[in-house]
Design a protein around this ligand. Structure first.
Ligand code: PLP
Length: 399
């Protein structure tokens, strides 16, 4: 069957308890049982369709999880209270003391900090590698390695992972390939390319309204059951459960994701092309000049474009800060971390979202001081935005 991620969401049919067009929100932490035996069976994991306690699962969370699994083309999914609340349980479920992770070195700052500073306390070691070089990735694999970890499009450098190539490596060495797809929902479908587990921070594009944090793990029924197991499941026991009211609201926002992604991608491509033409050092996977442009193209679901994230390098942190302040003053966006909002958001990753990464490592990976990361908004008139941004840059002698 043709895999069309947005249709897969659209084609789900959920009714509310009283025929409402939205599913009813499960506003309960605990659930009654008609017989004591069913309660026992549910604890043992043998009572399909029965709810026990909302840290384990709830109808609203299952609805959202199913929709996200449909989008990613995985058997099922479990939603969590934040993106980090999805990432850390997966890593801890798949790796124990004495075991090893091979991870991209350009990943979300929080994930990097977890693997670098926290996981070693539990005896889990990580090798950070240049994920774009498959030979380097393979050389880092040892007989203790359990997980290959990357982001489809990396934060903040927008490096693109060769998911098919990495999936082959994972298969060959009997590892699980875990892909954080937060930057490229709909555009890239990692599970279809061979990833075992797909994670999102729902906080970003998927929810899209910067009003909550949230996360999801999409994978096999077996993995999701393990994560939720009452005896040894990391999601269940670490307790990063999403609240039902929130999952209902994220589900409503998910329905317009395909329209939003097209606009984010259209606007970002427009600005990236203009800025590059103006002579600015611009990184966007949709530009021919991007080292992985062809790779992204080979993996993408065309319709949704190359995503809403781009970076420019204006030479120094002082200039970056001045430009961001001026753009905010002109109401061209907000000086804020995070992404996927209707307004453009900008920040200097070296001193903010990636500040967990030591300075010399930042330099080595090409994360320079003057780098500004943009999450391009849904601006209705992107030409006007460009002209106004250009005026800001001219005023500050950046252009
Ligand atoms: C924001 C982000 C996360 C963490 O998600 P939270 O919802 O903030 O916990 C993980 N990965 C990427 C790529 C992100 O952008």
């Amino acid at each position: 069957m043709d895999f069309k991620p947005a249709n897969n969401i659209q084609d789900l049919q959920y009714f509310g308890e009283f025929g409402g067009v939205n599913p009813s929100i499960s506003d309960s932490s605990t659930y009654t049982f008609l017989s004591a035996k069913t309660m026992f069976d549910t604890f043992e994991g043998n009572a399909e369709g029965c709810y026990l306690y909302s840290r384990h699962s709830s109808p609203s969370n299952l609805y959202l999880g199913e929709a996200l699994a449909a989008m990613e083309g995985t058997e099922t999914a479990t939603v969590t209270a934040s993106g980090m609340g999805a990432i850390t349980p997966v890593l801890l479920q798949l790796c124990g003391s004495g075991e090893h992770v091979v991870s991209s070195r350009t990943i979300y700052g929080g994930t990097y900090a977890f693997l670098k500073n926290f996981a070693p306390r539990l005896g889990i070691q990580t090798s950070f590698v240049d994920i774009t070089k498959l030979d380097v990735v393979e050389a880092a694999i040892t007989d203790k390695t359990k997980v290959l970890y990357c982001e489809s499009v990396s934060n903040p450098l927008l490096e693109v992972a060769d998911i098919k190539g990495l999936a082959q490596l994972a298969k060959k060495h009997n590892l699980k390939l875990v892909v954080d797809n937060t930057f490229s929902p709909l555009s890239i479908s990692p599970a279809k390319l061979g990833a075992d587990v797909v994670i999102h921070s729902l906080t970003k594009f998927i929810n899209g309204s910067s009003d909550t944090v949230g996360g999801v793990v999409c994978g096999t029924q077996e993995l999701i059951d393990q994560l939720r197991n009452v005896n040894d499941g990391a999601a269940m026991l670490l307790g990063s459960t999403m609240d039902s009211l929130r999952s209902a609201s994220v589900l409503k926002n998910l329905r317009t994701l395909h329209i939003r992604m097209q606009q984010h991608s259209y606007n970002a491509k427009y600005l990236a092309e203009k800025f590059e033409n103006d002579g600015l050092k611009t990184v966007y996977p949709g530009l021919q000049s991007h080292p992985s442009h062809a790779l992204f193209k080979s993996m993408m679901n065309d319709k949704y474009g190359f995503g809403g994230m781009m970076t420019i390098d204006v030479g120094s942190l002082d200039k970056a800060n001045a430009l961001m302040e001026l753009m905010q003053e002109q109401n061209l966006g907000y000086l804020a971390v995070s992404l996927g909002f209707y307004k453009t958001l900008f920040s200097a990753p070296g001193s903010s979202t990636s500040s967990e990464i030591p300075e010399e490592e930042q330099q080595e990976m090409g994360l320079s001081d003057g780098l500004i990361r943009f999450s391009i908004g849904l601006d209705a008139d992107i030409e006007r935005t460009y002209k106004m941004m250009r005026a800001c840059m001219e005023k500050l002698n950046i252009l």
